[in-house]
Ligand binder design. Structure first.
Ligand code: FES
Ligand SMILES: [Fe+2]
Length: 335
Protein backbone atom coordinates (compact mmCIF):
# COMPACT_ATOMS: atom_id res chain seq x y z
CA UNK A 1 0.00 0.00 0.00
CA UNK A 2 1.32 3.42 -0.97
CA UNK A 3 0.02 6.96 -0.43
CA UNK A 4 -0.36 9.07 -3.57
CA UNK A 5 -0.96 12.83 -3.70
CA UNK A 6 -4.60 12.30 -4.67
CA UNK A 7 -5.67 9.57 -2.25
CA UNK A 8 -9.39 10.20 -1.42
CA UNK A 9 -8.60 10.00 2.33
CA UNK A 10 -6.68 13.28 1.97
CA UNK A 11 -9.97 15.08 1.25
CA UNK A 12 -10.95 14.52 4.91
CA UNK A 13 -7.97 16.56 6.16
CA UNK A 14 -7.06 20.22 6.39
CA UNK A 15 -4.79 20.93 3.41
CA UNK A 16 -2.77 24.09 2.87
CA UNK A 17 -3.82 25.75 -0.38
CA UNK A 18 -1.98 29.13 -0.42
CA UNK A 19 -0.54 31.87 1.81
CA UNK A 20 -2.98 34.36 3.36
CA UNK A 21 -1.21 37.27 1.70
CA UNK A 22 -1.40 35.60 -1.75
CA UNK A 23 -5.13 36.34 -1.83
CA UNK A 24 -6.61 39.55 -3.25
CA UNK A 25 -10.14 40.75 -3.92
CA UNK A 26 -9.87 39.10 -7.38
CA UNK A 27 -10.12 35.34 -8.06
CA UNK A 28 -7.04 33.09 -8.21
CA UNK A 29 -6.97 29.37 -9.04
CA UNK A 30 -5.02 26.78 -7.02
CA UNK A 31 -4.74 23.06 -7.71
CA UNK A 32 -5.31 20.81 -4.70
CA UNK A 33 -5.78 17.02 -4.62
CA UNK A 34 -6.16 16.89 -8.39
CA UNK A 35 -8.91 19.52 -8.69
CA UNK A 36 -8.84 23.27 -9.21
CA UNK A 37 -10.21 25.71 -6.65
CA UNK A 38 -10.90 29.42 -6.97
CA UNK A 39 -10.22 31.67 -3.99
CA UNK A 40 -10.56 35.37 -3.25
CA UNK A 41 -10.75 37.65 -0.23
CA UNK A 42 -14.19 39.12 0.43
CA UNK A 43 -14.72 42.77 1.52
CA UNK A 44 -15.27 41.61 5.14
CA UNK A 45 -11.85 39.90 5.10
CA UNK A 46 -13.04 36.30 4.95
CA UNK A 47 -11.83 33.84 2.31
CA UNK A 48 -14.25 32.65 -0.39
CA UNK A 49 -13.33 29.24 -1.89
CA UNK A 50 -15.18 27.14 -4.47
CA UNK A 51 -14.51 24.53 -7.11
CA UNK A 52 -13.10 26.50 -10.04
CA UNK A 53 -15.95 25.58 -12.31
CA UNK A 54 -19.04 27.56 -13.31
CA UNK A 55 -22.20 25.38 -13.11
CA UNK A 56 -23.37 26.73 -16.50
CA UNK A 57 -20.78 25.53 -19.04
CA UNK A 58 -18.13 24.48 -16.51
CA UNK A 59 -15.78 27.33 -17.50
CA UNK A 60 -13.04 28.17 -14.96
CA UNK A 61 -14.50 30.87 -12.72
CA UNK A 62 -11.00 32.13 -11.96
CA UNK A 63 -11.13 33.86 -15.37
CA UNK A 64 -13.92 36.05 -14.00
CA UNK A 65 -13.87 39.15 -11.81
CA UNK A 66 -15.19 40.16 -8.40
CA UNK A 67 -17.04 43.42 -7.67
CA UNK A 68 -16.78 45.71 -4.60
CA UNK A 69 -19.21 43.42 -2.70
CA UNK A 70 -17.13 40.31 -3.39
CA UNK A 71 -19.66 38.94 -5.91
CA UNK A 72 -17.90 36.91 -8.60
CA UNK A 73 -18.93 37.15 -12.25
CA UNK A 74 -18.09 34.34 -14.66
CA UNK A 75 -16.06 35.59 -17.61
CA UNK A 76 -18.01 33.51 -20.16
CA UNK A 77 -21.75 34.44 -19.98
CA UNK A 78 -21.62 36.78 -16.99
CA UNK A 79 -23.52 34.73 -14.40
CA UNK A 80 -22.94 36.27 -10.94
CA UNK A 81 -22.57 34.38 -7.64
CA UNK A 82 -22.54 35.84 -4.11
CA UNK A 83 -19.93 34.90 -1.50
CA UNK A 84 -22.08 31.95 -0.35
CA UNK A 85 -21.98 30.58 -3.93
CA UNK A 86 -25.65 31.29 -4.77
CA UNK A 87 -26.34 32.59 -8.30
CA UNK A 88 -27.81 36.11 -8.10
CA UNK A 89 -27.96 37.00 -11.80
CA UNK A 90 -28.11 35.32 -15.22
CA UNK A 91 -27.80 38.24 -17.66
CA UNK A 92 -29.23 36.32 -20.63
CA UNK A 93 -32.58 35.87 -18.78
CA UNK A 94 -33.18 39.55 -17.98
CA UNK A 95 -33.64 41.28 -14.61
CA UNK A 96 -36.79 39.53 -13.29
CA UNK A 97 -35.92 35.98 -14.22
CA UNK A 98 -36.50 32.99 -11.96
CA UNK A 99 -32.99 31.59 -11.30
CA UNK A 100 -32.61 27.80 -11.24
CA UNK A 101 -31.88 26.46 -7.75
CA UNK A 102 -29.04 24.33 -9.11
CA UNK A 103 -27.19 27.47 -10.21
CA UNK A 104 -24.79 27.25 -7.26
CA UNK A 105 -21.07 26.94 -6.81
CA UNK A 106 -19.56 23.89 -5.13
CA UNK A 107 -17.89 24.78 -1.82
CA UNK A 108 -15.39 22.71 0.18
CA UNK A 109 -16.58 21.63 3.63
CA UNK A 110 -14.34 24.18 5.38
CA UNK A 111 -11.96 27.11 4.85
CA UNK A 112 -9.63 28.34 7.61
CA UNK A 113 -6.56 30.51 8.13
CA UNK A 114 -3.74 29.64 10.52
CA UNK A 115 -0.19 31.10 10.93
CA UNK A 116 -0.38 32.97 7.61
CA UNK A 117 -1.67 30.05 5.51
CA UNK A 118 -5.09 29.26 4.05
CA UNK A 119 -6.39 25.71 4.52
CA UNK A 120 -9.25 23.84 2.84
CA UNK A 121 -11.00 20.72 4.11
CA UNK A 122 -12.86 19.32 1.14
CA UNK A 123 -14.85 16.89 3.31
CA UNK A 124 -15.40 17.03 7.12
CA UNK A 125 -11.83 16.81 8.48
CA UNK A 126 -10.70 14.01 10.75
CA UNK A 127 -7.37 15.78 11.41
CA UNK A 128 -6.93 18.99 13.44
CA UNK A 129 -6.20 22.37 11.86
CA UNK A 130 -2.41 22.83 12.25
CA UNK A 131 -1.20 25.74 14.36
CA UNK A 132 2.29 27.15 15.04
CA UNK A 133 2.52 28.61 18.55
CA UNK A 134 5.39 31.04 17.85
CA UNK A 135 3.50 32.56 14.88
CA UNK A 136 1.56 34.75 17.33
CA UNK A 137 4.55 35.45 19.62
CA UNK A 138 5.70 39.06 19.02
CA UNK A 139 9.28 38.20 20.06
CA UNK A 140 9.66 36.09 16.90
CA UNK A 141 10.44 37.46 13.42
CA UNK A 142 8.90 35.73 10.43
CA UNK A 143 10.59 34.98 7.11
CA UNK A 144 8.76 33.22 4.27
CA UNK A 145 10.72 31.10 1.77
CA UNK A 146 9.57 31.45 -1.86
CA UNK A 147 6.83 28.90 -2.63
CA UNK A 148 8.28 25.91 -4.48
CA UNK A 149 6.12 24.10 -7.06
CA UNK A 150 7.76 20.88 -8.15
CA UNK A 151 7.04 17.32 -9.18
CA UNK A 152 7.07 14.91 -6.27
CA UNK A 153 5.03 13.10 -3.64
CA UNK A 154 3.78 15.02 -0.59
CA UNK A 155 4.27 11.89 1.54
CA UNK A 156 7.95 11.63 0.54
CA UNK A 157 8.51 15.34 1.25
CA UNK A 158 6.98 14.88 4.73
CA UNK A 159 9.18 11.81 5.23
CA UNK A 160 12.27 13.83 4.34
CA UNK A 161 11.45 16.74 6.69
CA UNK A 162 10.94 14.36 9.63
CA UNK A 163 14.07 12.32 8.86
CA UNK A 164 16.84 12.88 11.43
CA UNK A 165 19.64 10.74 9.92
CA UNK A 166 20.32 12.44 6.55
CA UNK A 167 21.94 15.74 7.64
CA UNK A 168 25.66 14.78 7.29
CA UNK A 169 25.03 13.35 3.81
CA UNK A 170 22.38 15.44 2.01
CA UNK A 171 23.37 18.69 3.72
CA UNK A 172 27.15 18.34 3.70
CA UNK A 173 27.48 21.56 1.67
CA UNK A 174 25.31 23.68 4.01
CA UNK A 175 25.08 22.74 7.69
CA UNK A 176 25.58 18.97 7.69
CA UNK A 177 29.36 18.55 7.55
CA UNK A 178 29.87 19.10 11.28
CA UNK A 179 26.79 17.13 12.35
CA UNK A 180 27.00 14.00 14.45
CA UNK A 181 26.27 10.89 12.32
CA UNK A 182 24.91 8.87 15.20
CA UNK A 183 21.28 9.71 15.96
CA UNK A 184 20.77 9.96 19.73
CA UNK A 185 17.85 8.04 21.22
CA UNK A 186 14.81 10.29 21.29
CA UNK A 187 11.33 10.48 22.75
CA UNK A 188 8.24 10.33 20.57
CA UNK A 189 4.69 10.91 21.75
CA UNK A 190 1.73 10.32 19.48
CA UNK A 191 -1.55 12.13 20.05
CA UNK A 192 -4.20 11.03 17.55
CA UNK A 193 -3.08 12.12 14.07
CA UNK A 194 -0.18 14.19 15.51
CA UNK A 195 3.14 13.46 17.19
CA UNK A 196 5.96 15.27 18.95
CA UNK A 197 9.55 13.97 18.95
CA UNK A 198 12.45 15.55 20.85
CA UNK A 199 16.13 15.07 21.48
CA UNK A 200 19.17 16.99 22.65
CA UNK A 201 22.65 16.75 21.19
CA UNK A 202 26.02 18.46 20.92
CA UNK A 203 26.97 20.36 17.77
CA UNK A 204 29.77 22.70 16.66
CA UNK A 205 28.31 26.23 16.92
CA UNK A 206 30.56 28.04 14.41
CA UNK A 207 28.18 31.02 14.20
CA UNK A 208 28.39 31.88 17.90
CA UNK A 209 30.66 34.94 18.41
CA UNK A 210 30.89 33.85 22.07
CA UNK A 211 33.18 30.99 20.98
CA UNK A 212 35.94 33.31 19.69
CA UNK A 213 35.44 35.57 22.70
CA UNK A 214 36.17 32.60 24.97
CA UNK A 215 32.74 32.80 26.63
CA UNK A 216 31.49 29.40 25.44
CA UNK A 217 33.02 26.18 24.06
CA UNK A 218 32.68 25.33 20.34
CA UNK A 219 30.69 22.17 21.11
CA UNK A 220 27.33 23.31 22.48
CA UNK A 221 23.96 21.77 23.41
CA UNK A 222 20.99 22.04 21.08
CA UNK A 223 17.40 20.78 21.63
CA UNK A 224 15.36 19.70 18.62
CA UNK A 225 11.60 19.21 18.73
CA UNK A 226 9.61 17.95 15.73
CA UNK A 227 5.85 18.51 15.70
CA UNK A 228 3.79 16.71 13.08
CA UNK A 229 0.12 17.12 12.18
CA UNK A 230 -1.31 14.78 9.56
CA UNK A 231 -1.13 14.67 6.72
CA UNK A 232 1.61 17.08 5.58
CA UNK A 233 2.22 19.78 8.21
CA UNK A 234 5.49 19.88 10.10
CA UNK A 235 7.42 22.12 12.42
CA UNK A 236 10.98 21.82 13.74
CA UNK A 237 11.94 23.90 16.78
CA UNK A 238 15.67 24.27 17.47
CA UNK A 239 16.66 25.80 20.80
CA UNK A 240 20.29 26.75 21.41
CA UNK A 241 20.68 25.81 25.05
CA UNK A 242 24.13 27.44 25.54
CA UNK A 243 24.19 30.40 23.14
CA UNK A 244 20.43 31.12 23.53
CA UNK A 245 17.73 31.66 20.91
CA UNK A 246 15.06 29.57 19.23
CA UNK A 247 14.52 28.90 15.51
CA UNK A 248 11.34 27.35 14.18
CA UNK A 249 11.06 25.99 10.64
CA UNK A 250 7.54 25.34 9.37
CA UNK A 251 7.05 23.03 6.41
CA UNK A 252 3.60 22.69 4.88
CA UNK A 253 3.02 20.69 1.73
CA UNK A 254 0.07 21.04 -0.64
CA UNK A 255 -0.53 17.95 -2.81
CA UNK A 256 -1.56 19.76 -6.02
CA UNK A 257 -2.13 16.79 -8.30
CA UNK A 258 -0.87 13.22 -8.74
CA UNK A 259 2.60 14.39 -9.69
CA UNK A 260 2.97 17.92 -8.26
CA UNK A 261 3.36 19.53 -4.84
CA UNK A 262 3.64 23.09 -3.58
CA UNK A 263 5.94 23.59 -0.60
CA UNK A 264 5.21 26.44 1.83
CA UNK A 265 8.11 26.93 4.24
CA UNK A 266 8.50 29.67 6.85
CA UNK A 267 11.10 30.59 9.48
CA UNK A 268 10.34 32.12 12.85
CA UNK A 269 13.36 33.31 14.86
CA UNK A 270 13.83 35.22 18.11
CA UNK A 271 17.62 35.62 17.86
CA UNK A 272 18.04 38.15 15.03
CA UNK A 273 17.37 41.34 17.00
CA UNK A 274 14.70 42.48 14.53
CA UNK A 275 17.21 42.73 11.65
CA UNK A 276 15.54 42.34 8.25
CA UNK A 277 18.89 41.77 6.60
CA UNK A 278 19.74 38.93 9.00
CA UNK A 279 16.35 37.35 8.26
CA UNK A 280 16.98 37.66 4.51
CA UNK A 281 20.28 35.81 4.96
CA UNK A 282 18.61 33.16 7.11
CA UNK A 283 15.92 32.62 4.46
CA UNK A 284 18.56 32.39 1.68
CA UNK A 285 20.44 29.76 3.73
CA UNK A 286 17.23 27.79 4.27
CA UNK A 287 16.49 27.93 0.53
CA UNK A 288 19.90 26.32 -0.12
CA UNK A 289 19.11 23.60 2.46
CA UNK A 290 15.70 22.98 0.88
CA UNK A 291 17.31 22.70 -2.58
CA UNK A 292 19.51 19.87 -1.24
CA UNK A 293 16.40 18.02 -0.02
CA UNK A 294 14.47 18.68 -3.24
CA UNK A 295 17.26 17.12 -5.30
CA UNK A 296 16.77 13.86 -3.39
CA UNK A 297 12.97 13.98 -3.44
CA UNK A 298 12.70 14.75 -7.15
CA UNK A 299 14.98 11.79 -7.96
CA UNK A 300 12.41 9.23 -6.70
CA UNK A 301 10.85 7.42 -9.64
CA UNK A 302 7.79 6.25 -7.70
CA UNK A 303 5.79 9.34 -6.65
CA UNK A 304 4.14 7.93 -3.53
CA UNK A 305 5.02 7.01 0.07
CA UNK A 306 5.11 3.31 1.04
CA UNK A 307 2.74 2.73 3.98
CA UNK A 308 3.21 -1.01 4.31
CA UNK A 309 6.10 -1.21 6.80
CA UNK A 310 7.45 -4.40 5.21
CA UNK A 311 8.25 -2.57 1.95
CA UNK A 312 11.28 -0.79 3.47
CA UNK A 313 13.87 -1.41 6.18
CA UNK A 314 13.52 0.60 9.37
CA UNK A 315 15.95 1.20 12.25
CA UNK A 316 15.51 2.85 15.62
CA UNK A 317 16.89 6.06 14.13
CA UNK A 318 13.77 6.14 11.89
CA UNK A 319 11.10 6.33 14.61
CA UNK A 320 9.73 9.67 13.39
CA UNK A 321 9.29 8.48 9.82
CA UNK A 322 7.86 5.10 10.91
CA UNK A 323 5.27 6.98 13.00
CA UNK A 324 4.47 9.13 9.93
CA UNK A 325 3.66 5.94 7.98
CA UNK A 326 1.56 4.50 10.84
CA UNK A 327 -0.48 7.69 11.18
CA UNK A 328 -1.09 8.03 7.44
CA UNK A 329 -2.07 4.34 7.28
CA UNK A 330 -4.53 4.85 10.15
CA UNK A 331 -5.93 7.89 8.36
CA UNK A 332 -6.56 5.91 5.19
CA UNK A 333 -8.06 3.01 7.15
CA UNK A 334 -10.29 5.45 9.06
CA UNK A 335 -8.87 4.44 12.45
S1 FES B 1 -19.89 29.22 -18.29
FE1 FES B 1 -20.06 30.59 -16.66
S2 FES B 1 -21.66 31.86 -17.23
FE2 FES B 1 -21.61 30.41 -18.80
FE1 LIG C 1 16.96 17.83 4.89
Amino acid sequence: MRLSNVDPALESCWQVVCRSNDLTSQPTAYALLGRHWVLWRTPSGTVAAFLDQCPHRLAPLSRGTCDHAGIIQCGYHGWRFDITGICVEIPALGPDAHLPGRAQLTAPHGVAESHGLVFLAIRPPSTPLPTVAVASDPTFQRGDLPVVTTSGAAGLFADNFLDVAHFPFVHAATFGAGEERTVPSYTLERDGYCFTASYEHLFANREDPGVDAGLRPLMQRRALTYRYTAPFHMELEITYLDAGGTNVIGFFIAPADADTVRVYSTLWRNDLGGSLEAMEQAVAFEVAVLDEDLAVQCSYRERSLPLDLTMELHTKADRTTVELRRILRDLIDGR
